[in-house]
Design a protein around this ligand. Structure first.
Ligand code: BES
Ligand code: ZN
Length: 458
């Protein structure tokens, strides 16, 4: 083991240089103009898997972006770990708020700055490099390993879901290992055991058949922006509860044990607010911030368009207005049911003077992972050993659509070994990832393979 760790320490600079190459590829999955970059990035990952000693490395073409697969199955009788990650990233706008080029990584303050540094290139590279360290020193791994790195996570992960259903044998494993979440705080080893689900909707309101002069027509005809604003305002009541009928019907409460765990984490709401530049926090009445983030469903307007938004002033009563509205869900809410309830309710809210059109854009199921699985226990031991501190267990507010599918289709526990930080600016300008965590993450991954190899195969 010592030689594996030594190798990681000695090769750190090269690892970082290679991560930079990975980050230079602008693999933005939601923008059609980046289609070629997706392929380039998939090939880059495949090359790195090969260099790390993985066998049978290939790209699986899909309707969308290619999936990258690689395996090393030289430990017969030992458990198999499926490592998942995503090579696609979010768009970079607003570009002028970046302090450096999003696709020209820089090292500053012990962090690497670029789009995808945390979400998810930095985090999935950790596992590729831990495998490399084993293969280049002892020449083998203590467990069997399979990699599946996708290119559509940020757009709902449709292709991987189809692939998973058709390739259960290829992906058969004893545990799934994913680093695409966060540490509870800097330097605190963390295993995440829950993710929220998602239901993403678009609402379009149409009024008159064309834009109108707001003097000649204002006051006599419904304004779609006014109506949309009224609608959005009706979706929460004064206690911050969502007003969609039946919305909370299947919401599971936190267990006593979870509540105690949250208490022990001693989360500082004051510090949290200060860091975000807000005077006061806000949310559903009767719940603490961590409860609101981890265990309560929410509804947020993500974008709103309509009317005149250019410079200057234009007196206009627009014909259309629309909003993108998403709901984060918790067990046992079903995104499909929630989408239906949302659609029915918002349709009932608008007056006859306007038309409404509602589209279900995509969704994800929420998940809570049982903490007593040997894979989770092994991961907690491994991260604790690497970071030199006791591992904490947290839930996350974000979503990773494929996690529930992995658990159900492969019947395997999912280990969420979060390595990012909530302050890493994922999906935002100036995304970054701590280089110290990058190193400790690689060591955590090494220890995980070692710990998990002691677990008896099911
Ligand atoms: N890495 C994130 C998920 C995440 C974010 C976990 C924050 C924990 C904390 C992932 O890449 C992501 O952004 N997922 C999307 C999924 C959606 C597009 C279906 C999300 O949560 O918005
Ligand atoms: Zn993301």
């Amino acid at each position: 083991m010592k030689q594996v760790i030594n190798y990681i320490e000695e090769n750190q600079n090269r690892y970082i240089e290679e991560l930079k190459d990975y980050l230079r590829i602008p693999s933005i999955s939601t923008l059609p103009s980046h289609k070629k970059d997706m392929k380039t990035c998939a090939n880059f990952v495949a090359k790195k898997l090969k260099e790390a000693g993985m066998k049978n490395v290939k790209l699986f073409p899909t309707k969308g972006n290619p999936l990258v697969y690689g395996e090393w199955l030289g430990a017969p009788g030992k458990p198999t770990v499926l490592i998942y990650g995503h090579y696609d990233v979010q768009p970079v706008d607003p570009l002028d708020e970046w302090e450096s080029d999003p696709f020209e990584p820089v090292i500053k303050d012990g962090k690497i700055w670029a789009r995808g540094a945390d979400d998810n290139k930095g985090q999935n590279f950790v596992h590729i490099k831990s495998v490399e360290a084993f293969m280049k020193t002892v020449g083998k791994l203590p467990v069997n390993v399979k990699f599946l790195i996708e290119g559509e996570e940020e757009v709902g992960g449709e292709s991987i879901e189809i692939f998973l259903k058709q390739n259960k044998k290829l992906l058969k494993c004893d545990a799934v290992l994913i680093s695409d979440t966060s540490l509870y705080a800097p330097g605190i080893p963390t295993i995440n055991y829950g993710l929220r689900g998602l239901s993403y909707m678009e609402v379009e309101i149409t009024g008159p058949n064309r834009d109108l002069h707001s003097g000649s027509f204002g006051g006599a005809v419904a304004n779609p922006i006014n109506e949309l604003a009224k609608l959005i305002a009706k979706l929460h009541n004064k206690d911050g509860k969502i007003t969609i009928p039946g919305f909370y019907k299947n919401v599971k409460r936190l267990t006593k044990k979870e509540k105690e765990n949250i208490k022990k984490l001693r989360f500082s709401e004051k510090k949290f607010a200060k860091e975000l530049g807000v005077k006061e926090l806000q949310g559903e009445k009767g719940y603490s911030t961590l409860e609101r983030l981890w265990a309560r469903p929410t509804l947020d307007c993500n974008g709103i368009v309509g009317g005149f938004t250019g410079e200057g002033a234009k007196t206009v009563l627009p014909s259309k207005a629309s909003a993108k509205i998403s709901m984060r869900l918790v067990p046992d809410q079903d995104p499909k049911e929630i989408a239906r309830a949302f659609t029915k309710y918002v349709k009932s809210l608008v007056p006859k003077s306007v038309k409404i059109n509602v589209t279900d854009m995509h969704g994800a199921y929420p998940v809570v992972i049982p903490l007593n699985d040997p894979a989770i226990i092994a991961a907690a031991k491994a991260t604790s050993k690497a970071f030199g501190k006791k591992t904490v267990f947290t839930r996350e507010g974000g979503s990773i659509p494929i996690v529930v599918e992995f658990a159900q289709q492969l019947n395997a526990p999912v280990v969420l070994m979060g390595l990012g930080l909530d302050s890493d600016n994922i999906h935002s300008p100036n995304e970054h990832f701590s280089l110290d965590t990058f190193r400790l993450g690689i060591i955590s991954s090494v220890y995980f393979f070692e710990e998990f190899s002691k677990v008896k195969k099911k």
